[in-house]
Design a protein around this ligand. Structure first.
Ligand code: AGP
Length: 588
C-alpha cells in the first residue's frame, strides 16, 4: 500500500505535501517523491528511503510552486530503486503522476505504448498511467477527455493524482481510497485523511469511478463516462491529537498504552446498530467470521466467545482462504468481516464471495469510510482512533471488546465485560506498569532464534497474536502452539536453546497447561510464564492481575505486545515501520 497526496492552493505546496506524507508514512516507506509546478515548469525530486531522509538529501520542502503531488511507496512491481520511486512523468515532463494500487493490465498497455514510440524509465506498473495520459492529452489537447480515456483503459485497483503543466490537478479512484480535503486556501487530494487533518477536517470521500478536475480553485467531479457527480463534504470526526506520537518514542508504544481506554470507547456503539447487527446474527442459519493477520486472531476468539457466551455456532475462516471455501454459504448465511483498515484485499475478496452466495455481510471496522464499511449491510465501528503503527495493537483489543459486547447483547451479559469495566481497566493499567520489567526480560532473550508461545482454549489465539507481534516487530521466528498439541510433534523442536512462553492464568486450563510447562522444562527450555499464579517451574514470571476468566485474553496480550516492542528496539528495528510490511495489504 502506498500513500499519495496532491495540493493546489495558496502558499508553497511542497511543505504541505511532505508533512502529509510523513503523517501517512505507515502506509509504505520504501521510497518518497514530490513533483511541483513552478512558472509552468514541472520539477520532480525522488529517492529511496523514508520521508525525513529523502527530504534531507533532496530538499523536498524547498521545492517552489503552489501546486504539486507527493508519494511514499510500498514496492509491488519493480525493485526499491530511485527510478521506480514516484512521481512518474511520461516521455516529456508536461505531466507527472503518483499512484496507489496495482494496474493488472500494465504489461499489455506498456506494449501498446512502446509501439507508439513511448520510452519508459521505470519497471513499475504505475508509469503506464503517465504515458496513457500523455498520449490521450496530445490527441485532443483535452485533459478531461484524457482522464476519462485513461481511466477506462486501466484494469485493477488504482487511486492516482496527476499534475499537468497547464496548472491542472486531476485525480481518479477505483478500489483504492481517495479523499479531498477542503481548506479556505485550496484543496488536498489524499489516500488518507491524516494527509491533511492538520489543516482541515472538511472532506469529500470519493467513490469508485470518480474523476476529480481541479483548475485553480474550480473543483469538479465527474465519472468515467464524463457525467457530473455530486459528492457532499463531510466532517472528519477523528481527534487531531490521535495523529501525533505525543510523549511516546513510537506510535506503536503510544497505541499499546491507549488500550486502557480505547477498549471502552469501542463499546460506545449506537444502540440501533448493535440491535441490527445482533438480530442478523441471531436469525442466521450459519455464521462465518473472517479476517487477516491480527484481525484473523480476533475472528478466532469470536468463535470461542460467541459459542461459549451466546450459544452462537461460528465458523472462522482466514480471509486468504475464504474464497476457496465459500460454497457452504447461501442467502441464510451471514459473514462477519473483521478489519482495522477496511481495505485489506483478502477481506474484500471474501465479502465479494459471500455476496455472490446471497449472504448478508456484517463488519467490525475501524475506518468507517472504508470499502468494507460501505460494502456491509451493517457495521460496528472499532472506535480506537487512527492506528498508525503497522503492528495492530489497540485495534485488536478494541475488536475483542466489541465481540464481547455482541456476545453479551445476544447471550445475556455472561462475559462480564460491561460489569467488570473498572476491574479490567485497572488490570490493563497494572499490566502496562510492567513495561520496564518486560524490557529487562526482552534484553535476556533478544538473541533467541526461536520463541514458542503455548496456551489452550481461548488463550491459543493470543499465542498466535503474540507470535505475530514478535515476528513483525523484532524479526525473530516465533510460533503460537496449542499447548495440548505439543506432544504431537512440536516437542521435537524444544531443546536448551528454546525460549518458551506459557499463557497459564489460574483458570480452567491451568492444570493441563502446567503439565506442558513441566514437559518443556525437562527438555532444558527457558520457560516464561504469563500468569496470575506464579510457580517455581518458570525461569521468569510476568505476573498479570486476575480478571474474570472470560476476559483474560484481552489482558494477557498486553505483555506480549510490550515484549515484541522491546525486542524490536533491542534488535534495532523501527517498531512503527517494520521491514517489508505495510499497515494495510491492498494487494492479494
Ligand atoms: C498485524 O499486526 C498486521 N499489521 C497485519 O497482520 C494486519 O492485522 C492484517 O494485515 C489485517 O489488517 P486489517 O485489520 O486492516 O484488515
Amino acid at each position: 500500500m502506498c500513500s499519495i497526496i496532491g495540493y493546489s492552493g495558496v502558499g508553497k505546496a511542497a511543505p504541505l505535501l511532505v508533512g502529509g506524507l510523513q503523517k501517512m508514512e505507515y502506509r509504505g516507506y520504501d521510497s518518497v517523491g514530490v513533483a511541483t509546478l513552478n512558472s509552468g515548469k514541472l520539477l520532480i525530486r525522488k529517492g529511496i528511503g523514508k520521508v525525513e531522509e529523502v527530504n534531507k538529501s533532496l530538499g523536498l520542502k524547498e521545492m517552489s510552486g503552489q501546486l504539486g503531488i507527493g508519494h511514499t511507496r510500498w514496492a509491488t512491481h519493480g525493485g526499491i530503486i530511485d527510478s521506480n520511486a514516484h512521481p512518474h512523468s511520461a516521455c516529456t515532463t508536461n505531466l507527472a503522476i503518483v499512484h496507489n494500487g496495482v494496474i493488472e493490465n500494465h504489461q499489455e498497455l506498456k506494449e501498446e505504448l512502446l509501439k507508439k514510440g513511448h520510452v519508459f524509465k521505470s519497471e513499475t506498473d504505475s508509469e503506464v498511467i503517465a504515458h496513457l495520459l500523455e498520449h490521450y492529452w496530445a490527441l485532443k489537447n483535452d485533459i478531461k477527455e484524457a482522464m476519462m480515456n485513461t481511466c477506462n483503459r486501466l484494469r485493477g485497483s488504482f487511486a492516482f493524482v496527476a499534475v499537468f503543466d497547464d496548472s491542472t490537478l486531476c485525480a481518479a479512484r477505483y478500489d483504492e481510497p481517495l479523499i479531498i480535503g477542503i481548506t479556505a486556501g485550496g484543496y488536498f487530494i489524499s489516500s488518507d485523511v491524516l494527509g491533511f487533518l492538520d489543516y482541515t477536517d472538511r472532506a469529500i470521500f470519493l467513490d469508485n469511478r470518480d474523476i476529480v478536475l481541479l483548475e485553480g480553485n474550480n473543483l469538479s467531479i465527474i465519472d468515467f463516462d464524463g457525467e457530473k457527480v455530486e459528492r457532499t463534504p463531510t466532517q472528519v470526526a477523528w481527534e487531531l491529537a490521535d495523529s501525533d506520537k505525543g510523549k511516546y518514542a513510537y506510535f506503536t508504544l503510544k497505541e499499546i498504552y491507549e488500550q486502557s481506554h480505547t477498549i471502552f470507547k469501542s463499546m460506545q456503539q449506537k444502540k440501533e446498530s448493535v440491535e441490527t447487527f445482533c438480530d442478523i446474527i441471531a436469525n442466521a442459519k450459519d455464521v462465518f467470521v473472517t479476517g487477516s493477520g491480527t484481525s484473523y486472531h480476533s475472528a478466532l476468539l469470536a468463535k470461542h466467545i460467541l459459542s461459549k457466551y451466546s450459544q452462537i455456532r461460528v465458523e472462522t475462516v482466514v480471509s486468504s482462504e475464504f474464497q476457496y471455501s465459500s460454497e457452504l454459504l447461501d442467502e441464510n448465511s451471514v459473514l462477519i468481516a473483521i478489519s482495522q483498515s477496511g481495505e485489506t484485499a483478502d477481506v474484500l475478496q471474501s465479502v465479494k464471495a459471500a455476496r455472490e452466495k446471497g449472504a448478508k455481510v456484517l463488519s467490525i471496522v475501524n475506518v468507517t469510510t472504508s470499502s468494507l464499511a460501505r460494502l456491509s449491510d451493517c457495521f460496528l465501528e472499532v472506535k480506537c482512533g487512527p492506528e498508525i503503527g503497522v503492528a495492530a495493537t489497540k485495534s485488536f483489543t478494541s475488536q475483542l471488546s466489541i465481540i464481547y459486547y455482541i456476545a453479551d447483547t445476544i447471550g445475556g451479559n455472561l462475559t462480564g465485560i460491561s460489569t467488570n469495566r473498572m476491574e479490567l481497566s485497572k488490570a490493563i493499567e497494572k499490566s502496562l506498569e510492567l513495561e520496564s520489567k518486560i524490557a529487562e526480560f526482552a534484553a535476556q532473550i533478544k538473541d533467541a532464534k526461536d520463541i514458542y508461545i503455548l496456551g489452550r482454549s481461548n488463550h491459543f489465539p493470543i499465542c498466535l497474536e503474540g507470535a505475530l507481534k514478535i515476528k513483525e516487530l523484532a524479526y525473530i521466528h516465533a510460533e503460537g502452539i496449542a499447548a495440548g498439541e505439543l506432544k504431537h510433534g512440536p516437542l521435537a523442536l524444544i531443546d536448551k536453546n528454546s525460549v518458551v512462553i506459557i499463557l497459564n492464568p489460574d483458570d480452567s486450563t491451568y492444570i493441563d497447561t502446567l503439565s506442558n510447562a513441566h514437559v518443556v522444562k525437562s527438555r532444558g527450555a527457558r520457560l516464561i510464564g504469563i500468569t496470575n499464579k506464579p510457580h517455581l517451574i518458570y525461569d521468569y514470571c510476568i505476573p498479570i492481575p486476575y480478571v474474570k476468566e472470560s476476559l483474560l485474553p484481552m489482558l494477557e496480550v498486553i505483555p506480549l505486545q510490550i515484549l515484541a516492542y522491546h525486542l524490536a528496539l533491542h534488535n534495532n528495528a523501527n517498531p512503527d515501520y517494520p521491514r517489508n510490511l505495510a499497515k494495510c495489504v491492498t494487494v492479494r
